[in-house]
Write a protein that binds this ligand. Structure first.
Ligand code: HEM
Ligand SMILES: *[C@@H]1O[C@H](CO)[C@@H](O)[C@H](O)[C@H]1NC(C)=O
Ligand SMILES: *[C@@H]1O[C@H](CO)[C@@H](O)[C@H](O)[C@H]1NC(C)=O
Length: 323
């Protein structure tokens, strides 16, 4: 009798574990929803939009920086706002890693979070703020609008070395890019579309000086102007990815066709047979690029999400809550 009860109990436990595991597996996608803050902070999206709007009115170059913050967040330990954590005694955080490479826009995120905390304290995660701010930055730069499912939780770990292999460096060729993006479940088209994020923003000589040697695939006029920039300013020299660096458009892809890509990882997309057709298609058809970019962002925004107690709703985006 006792023995049957025991094994029945064991079976029940097994079943519960199974159910929990399957829910957990679905959880990465199913945990998010479009009306997540509908009851708890109904104006959250409007508050994010208004702060991003003000920031971009003052400094349109922040659009690219906000988009990049979300990318760096999601590729390192999942979309959990770990990129926002400040270093502390004994811990060098992601944002201070070598790959910190000039991340900007933290003050905008701080302002958004302060507004949200004043209206609905402890409700909206910093990871959701990053996802929404990136979406709004793209929209306000005249890119596509896409819905952002919400309900991400903030992580409690941010370590510089986590960035070393997670983020792609500027010298990656298509093979290496496809391997890294493929490891997150992205298709080749997703990877090219997401690289189109470089329609916004700038890079520093530290990251494009290697490109100056690629004379076969570098427009001569661009090569000499980039060379002059780097000679005059060293690694701190700056250049835009395309001619319209605050507009979300197809110019980035058209410049690749003219061998005017800024990073090796940009130009390789046109030079490689695996991706050239996709570049040509995006260059020609803005609606198609926008559609593929939305699909890519939807996937990127759901990478390795924290579940339940693995995460928290941070009060200040720069510091982990103290328990
Ligand atoms: C495909 C692999 C990628 C590589 C190798 C790469 C590399 C880089 C590098 C080296 C910079 C310049 C950093 C500096 O010198 O200051 C940069 C900037 C930027 N990246 Fe990427 N990136 C990649 C993918 C992405 C993705 C997927 C997005 C977003 C969807 C993105 C958005 C941006 C933006 C907007 C900037 C400009 C930031 C600013 O102006 O402040 N990148 N990226
Ligand atoms: C990271 O960026 C900061 C500026 O925001 C800079 O002072 C620091 O030296 C950078 N760290 C590394 C390792 O490059
Ligand atoms: C990319 O680089 C890797 C490592 O250097 C190399 O094995 C591979 O053949 C390269 N791929 C292309 C398409 O050049």
């Amino acid at each position: 009798m006792a023995k049957t009860t025991m094994s029945a109990a064991k079976n029940l436990v097994r079943l519960l574990v199974l159910v929990q595991v399957s829910l957990g597996l679905l959880g990465g996608v199913a945990a998010l929803s479009f009306d997540y803050y509908g009851m708890t902070c109904p104006f959250a999206e409007m508050m994010v939009r208004s702060v991003v709007y003000d920031a971009l009115m003052k400094d349109p170059t922040l659009a690219g920086s906000l988009l990049r913050l979300h990318f760096h967040d999601c590729f390192v330990q999942g979309c959990d706002a770990s990129v926002l954590i400040d270093s502390a005694d004994g811990n060098t955080a992601e944002k201070d890693a070598q790959a910190n490479l000039t991340l900007r826009g933290f003050e905008v995120i701080d302002r958004i979070k302060e507004l949200l905390e004043s209206q609905c304290p402890g409700v909206v995660s910093c990871a959701d703020v990053l996802a929404l701010a990136a979406r709004d930055a793209v929209l306000l730069a005249r890119g596509p609008y896409y819905g952002v499912p919400l309900g991400r939780r903030d992580g409690t770990r941010s370590v510089d070395s986590d960035t070393f292999t997670a983020l792609p460096p500027a010298f990656f060729n298509v093979t290496m890019l496809m391997k890294l993006f493929g490891s997150h479940g992205f298709t080749v088209q997703d990877m090219v579309a997401l690289s189109g994020g470089h329609t916004l923003g700038v890079a520093h000589c530290a990251n494009f000086k290697g490109r100056l040697a690629e004379t076969d695939t570098l427009d001569a006029a661009l090569g000499s102007s980039l060379g002059a920039t780097c000679t005059a300013n060293g690694d701190a020299g700056v250049a835009t990815f395309d001619r319209t660096s605050t507009s979300f458009d197809t110019v980035y892809f058209r410049e690749l066709q003219m061998r005017r890509g800024l990073l090796s990882s940009d130009q390789t997309l046109f030079e490689s047979p695996e991706t050239r057709g996709i570049v040509n298609m995006f260059a020609m058809n803005q609606a198609y690029f926008f559609y593929a970019f939305q699909q890519g962002m939807l996937k990127m925004g759901q990478l390795d999400l924290k579940e339940g107690d693995d995460g928290e709703i941070r009060h200040t985006c720069r510091v982990i809550n103290s328990s």
